[in-house]
Design a protein around this ligand. Structure first.
Ligand SMILES: NC(=O)c1ccc[n+]([C@@H]2O[C@H](COP(=O)([O-])OP(=O)(O)OC[C@H]3O[C@@H](n4cnc5c(N)ncnc54)[C@H](O)[C@@H]3O)[C@@H](O)[C@H]2O)c1
Ligand SMILES: O=C(O)C1=N[C@H](C(=O)O)CCC1
Length: 269
């Protein structure tokens, strides 16, 4: 048997799940050892390779994560917050690296990951692409260089099936801007403007979300002042950028001590 790390993909038939299956199988750096879907999914019992257009891989979609987690070195999870919390406990029991791409988790849900991180490596990021993680560093730097004469606005656009807003990426960029400014995002965040909102509050960091069609993911960080604007932009045109980042994280985590990490750690940025 190959000694390449065994990887389980949860939410394997989703938009990201299918891209992750292809990325892992075609990488030559890991083995696909499981594909998990929610109970009741029509995919249960079918070969995930066939479902993804790769031809049969001998990996059948299962709803019970336990057997496949037990033979895995990593679990890559782009599903939904409640599912991710369940997978975190089970991945920790199996001492498998848990790569979490799921967004829309509340602060309270994120705190619930702590017990699992005592026993296993958790790598979580609202965006796993190299480009966005680099953009967070640039955002922090620009925000630190400018004062509050520059209004910071994060504008994001995604496909019409996305269920959470602001996007995980927008929140990462907002956190980076707040950190650069030396403030807490909680104190200055302004999202969901509608109606008579009053004038913009100096120092706020604003968020706007567009949802439409098949947009993969686009983010602008705007620094708007009197007479000039600086715009930092990232456009993802293919989900493979997220999947490649997630696979990199799963491999990077193999020799790390239990704890919580992000893509800045993985990419060494
Ligand atoms: N971090 C990143 O780089 C990044 C990139 C893209 C998407 N995402 C996030 O990943 C998540 C999924 O996005 P998507 O576009 O693939 O969504 P999707 O709806 O296409 O796929 C989610 C899949 O998870 C499955 N699922 C839900 N609950 C489950 C459970 N309890 N057990 C097993 N499977 C379950 C669903 O059936 C579905 O197939 C979202 O939170 C999204 O924001 C993150
Ligand atoms: O398609 C999605 O959903 C995406 N989610 C992440 C986010 O919330 O930022 C990353 C981009 C795509």
């Amino acid at each position: 048997m190959s000694d390449l790390p065994g990887i389980v993909i949860t939410g394997a038939t989703g938009r990201m799940g299918q891209m992750l299956v292809k990325t892992v199988v075609q990488s030559g750096k890991a083995r696909l050892v499981g594909a998990i879907e929610r109970e009741g999914s029509e995919a249960i019992g079918q070969d995930i390779g066939t479902l993804c257009g790769l031809g049969p891989l001998g990996v059948l979609v299962e709803s019970d994560p336990l057997p496949s987690f037990a033979r895995a070195q990593a679990v890559i999870d782009f599903t939904a917050p409640a599912a991710t919390l369940e997978f975190a406990a089970l991945a920790a029991q199996a001492r498998a690296v848990h790569v979490i791409g799921t967004t829309g988790m509340t602060e309270a849900e994120i705190e619930q990951l702590a017990p699992a991180a005592l026993h296993a490596v958790i790598i979580r990021a609202g965006n796993m692409s190299l480009g966005v993680n680099l953009l967070t560093q640039l955002t922090k730097k620009v925000a630190a260089a400018l004062d509050e004469d520059y209004d910071i606005e994060v504008i994001e656009a995604h496909h019409n099936q996305k269920v959470d807003a602001p996007s995980g990426t927008a929140l990462m960029l907002g956190e980076a801007a707040a950190e650069g400014r030396g403030v807490s995002l909680k104190d200055v965040s302004d999202s969901g403007r509608d109606g008579i909102t009053g004038a913009r509050k100096r120092g706020d960091i604003g968020f706007s979300a567009i949802r439409g069609g098949d947009i993969v993911g686009e983010h602008d960080v705007m620094f708007a002042a009197m007479g000039e604007r600086i715009i930092l932009r990232h456009i993802a045109s293919d989900r493979s950028v997220f999947a490649r980042g997630a696979l990199k994280a799963a491999l990077w985590g193999q020799d790390k001590s239990p704890g919580q990490y992000d893509m800045i750690d993985v990419l060494g940025l």
